[in-house]
Write a protein that binds this ligand. Structure first.
Ligand code: NAG
Ligand code: NAG
Ligand code: NAG
Ligand code: NAG
Ligand code: NAG
Length: 691
């Protein structure tokens, strides 16, 4: 892999001065740099549609929307200055020789004039079982420098961020300051005019960004226009320790916040400099839950820290511990993925962890955490049930309690009478304002969401043995199960979660979700001592399943397969909802093995170059649903699904963060459908979440 693809990269994007880098285990469509939360979500475009092939120098880092979040790095070696991050014109770029990623890290190795080597690590921690650390919306950048040629070199290191991180409206006025605290030097910057719980172009209209490094000998700083600050370093290797006080718009002589560190004489031992970037917001989300007014949810970090600076300095000084925890997670994902399905599977799973957690906003208090999810890039809905649902494999694998925290806002809204419909709600509004749909006008996916809610509730309770939870929500679960009794066997014309594919009546895959939902409700009734209910739900589910096998399977086809919709024998699709039957442990006792085998064989005959199409209407597919289907297929079919997706990651021309939707023939975006950075990639852990 690496060398050949890297060569292609060099040819396509190299131009004059690019070196040749290896990419391991793959060259992702976009490389995660600081990806921790919906508002701290910065990447490096890599795919050829809009990236430079995965080279840190020569390309601006971008927020998931593609707005530039300028992040610049320079290094001065014996008086000559090079650029290692960003795209400042007239810069001499370092030569990237290696790129690699793990679940929490993106690593670059740079050769600088054959004299020194830089080892640059972007670490975005993910600590599913440590809410204090998970609550902090900050990310690390660690830069190591050592001599390559045996000689000692005089080295100065520079890095800055621009005001672009702080606003989606570049005409907005920002203000800034510089300070030190507890061994940490920081630039802070924020909008002058703040409006809580509101966004401009997906970035928040409130909160403060902190860009920090160690307050140590050899550190200098400067705030000012991009040209002033960067030129000062380029020419002198040092900054004047001064603050610009002319607060102005982000795009008015582009204010940037620079640090320079004199590393002195660098020899064979690596000299490391740590930076952190992130944001603090006291309040995070509003929800129509208890009572008739919106409830404001504080950011969860405020439960552990009594000020911004306490959080900022804790995070900075916690690096050794955070790095150790990150390595533990990296290693766990690596060994579990390889044991389950080999390196190709790890190539996929390890690229999915930061992206999934990067859509989550941790709020509430230590004793009552509430997690909100942003449906990044498809429409920015908050708490979309059918976006949480595909992500549950990673949630269940990493900490099943997180699923409870994610479902909580949905229960609070609906159990307090804020939703009039008999089916489960689709979402709670637009992030970060979860004002619900008191008039019942959410996107109508009634069957989809009733099935999803019941399945998720049981999946959580089975893993935590939390039967109280089932009791607590029994009434509303029964209501949704009632909807499934009425509507799941013969689904009326409606959309499923794959709403971009349009509505259809009698969707075979949607029907089986509802039927498994009823089987799950029987289990819930049983676990809560409702024996009669349990019998009724089980009888209905069993009877529906028998009828479904007749209605939804074309057994005369060669090879046989389930249809996309009842009666359309030539139609077909991924029967990904069958995965829930295995996730909940019902197995072949409920759905016969023959259904699994039929589908598994059929998939192996339906693949195009980069994937198995979602259904017979289009040539595109979704990675989450493919891996749900793969998880319950034969080993051979599973391998085929996985190797196609892993290969696609390495060669796709798509350039935005890991799209779950792409064309199976071209590997590119389907026309007009550029998904990016969606948390549904948590579904890639399907194999690892099975009981
Ligand atoms: C990068 O590599 C090219 C080709 O070997 C070389 O000409 C150039 O000087 C190198 N640049 C740096 C900064 O090392
Ligand atoms: C770069 O740093 C990482 C993390 O400290 C380390 O695992 C890796 O071996 C280093 N790579 C090189 C080429 O120095
Ligand atoms: C402050 O920002 C809000 C939107 O966030 C805007 O509606 C308002 O006009 C702004 N006020 C001023 C004084 O600029
Ligand atoms: C759905 O399937 C049922 C059972 O085959 C059939 O009676 C009904 O006409 C179908 N509905 C539509 C809209 O095709
Ligand atoms: C059957 O499904 C295919 C797509 O899979 C569609 O093109 C065709 O129109 C459908 N036929 C009928 C009769 O609905």
């Amino acid at each position: 892999m690496g060398f050949k693809d890297a060569l292609t990269g060099a040819f396509l994007f190299g131009g004059l001065a690019l070196g040749v880098s290896t990419f391991s285990p793959a060259r992702p469509p976009a490389i995660p740099l600081a990806v921790r939360a919906p508002y701290l979500n910065t990447w490096l475009n890599a795919g050829s549609d809009g990236g430079n092939g995965g080279y840190l120098a020569g390309e601006w880092p971008v927020f998931w929307t593609q707005q530039i979040t300028a992040w610049t790095g320079m290094i001065r070696v014996d008086g000559t200055t090079y650029q290692w991050m960003g795209a400042v014109s007239n810069s001499q770029n370092v030569n990237q020789t290696e790129f690699s990623y793990t679940s929490t890290r993106s690593n670059f190795v740079m050769n600088v004039g054959g004299q020194v080597e830089m080892n640059i690590t972007f670490l975005s921690p993910v600590t599913p079982n440590d809410l204090k650390r998970q609550s902090l919306t900050f990310s690390y950048l660690d830069v190591g420098v050592h001599s390559l040629d045996g000689a000692s070199h005089d080295v100065q290191l520079y890095a800055d961020v621009s005001g672009e991180w702080a606003s989606g409206n570049l005409n907005s006025v920002i203000e800034w300051d510089y300070g030190t605290s507890d061994g940490v030097a920081y630039h802070k910057f924020n909008l002058q005019n703040q409006t809580e719980i509101s966004e401009s172009r997906e970035l928040p209209n409130w909160g403060t960004f902190y860009w920090s490094t160690g307050d140590a000998d050899g550190l200098t700083y400067h705030s000012g226009s991009d040209v002033t600050v960067r030129t000062a370093f380029k020419n002198e290797g040092v900054l004047p320790n001064s603050k610009d006080t002319d607060f102005r718009a982000v795009n008015n002589n582009w204010p940037v916040f620079g640090f320079a560190k004199d590393l002195g004489s660098v020899s064979g031992d690596s000299v490391n400099t740590l930076f952190t970037i992130g944001l603090t917001q006291d309040n995070a989300v509003q929800l129509l839950g208890e009572g008739s007014d919106l409830t404001t949810y504080p950011s969860l970090w405020t439960s552990y820290f009594d000020s911004d600076l306490a959080a900022v300095t804790f995070f900075y000084n916690d690096f050794a511990t955070a790095a150790g925890l990150a390595t533990d997670l990296d290693n766990k994902v690596a060994s579990d993925s390889i044991a389950a399905a080999g390196q190709d599977y790890l190539t996929i799973t390890s690229l999915s962890v930061r992206q999934t957690f990067g859509a989550l906003q941790f709020t509430g208090t230590d004793s009552d955490p509430v997690v909100f999810l942003k449906e990044i890039s498809s429409n920015s809905d908050i708490q979309t049930v059918d976006v949480i649902f595909p992500a549950i494999p990673l949630i269940l694998y990493s900490n099943p309690n997180l699923l409870n925290y994610l479902l909580k806002p949905l229960f609070l809204n609906q159990e307090n009478g804020h939703y009039p419909n008999t089916n489960a709600i689709h979402d709670l509004g637009t992030f970060p304002l979860a004002k619900g749909y008191p008039d019942g006008t959410d996107e109508p996916q009634p069957l989809e969401e009733c099935g999803n809610m019941i399945i998720m509730v049981l999946a959580y309770a089975q893993r935590t043995k939390d039967n109280d939870y089932l009791n607590q929500h029994y009434e509303i679960l029964q209501k949704w199960a009632g909807y499934l009794i009425d509507e799941s066997l013969i689904p009326m014309e409606q959309i499923s979660t794959d709403d971009f594919a349009g509505p259809l009546a009698n969707q075979t895959n949607l029907a089986i979700k509802g039927i498994i939902g009823l089987r799950a409700m029987a289990e819930i009734s049983d676990l809560t001592g409702h024996a009669d209910d349990a019998t009724n739900y089980l009888d209905t589910a069993t009877s529906y399943l028998k009828q479904w096998q007749v209605l939804g399977i074309n057994s005369a086809a060669d090879p046989p397969h389930t249809t996309l919709s009842y009666g359309n024998g030539s139609s077909h699709g991924l029967l990904y909802n069958l995965y829930a039957n295995s996730l909940l442990g019902f197995g072949y006792d409920f759905v016969p093995k023959s259904v699994y085998d039929t589908q598994s064989y059929f998939y192996s005959t339906a693949a195009l170059t980069y994937c198995v199409p979602l259904d017979s209407r289009h040539a595109y597919s979704k990675t989450d649903w493919q891996l749900w289907a793969a998880a319950i297929s034969s080993e051979e079919t599973r391998k085929d699904f996985i190797s196609r997706i892993a290969n696609w990651i390495n060669v796709t021309p798509t350039h935005r963060p890991f799209t779950d939707l792409y064309d199976c023939a071209t590997g590119d975006y389907p026309p007009g459908l550029q998904f990016a950075a969606r948390p549904v990639v948590g579904g890639h852990f399907a194999l690892l979440a099975l009981p």
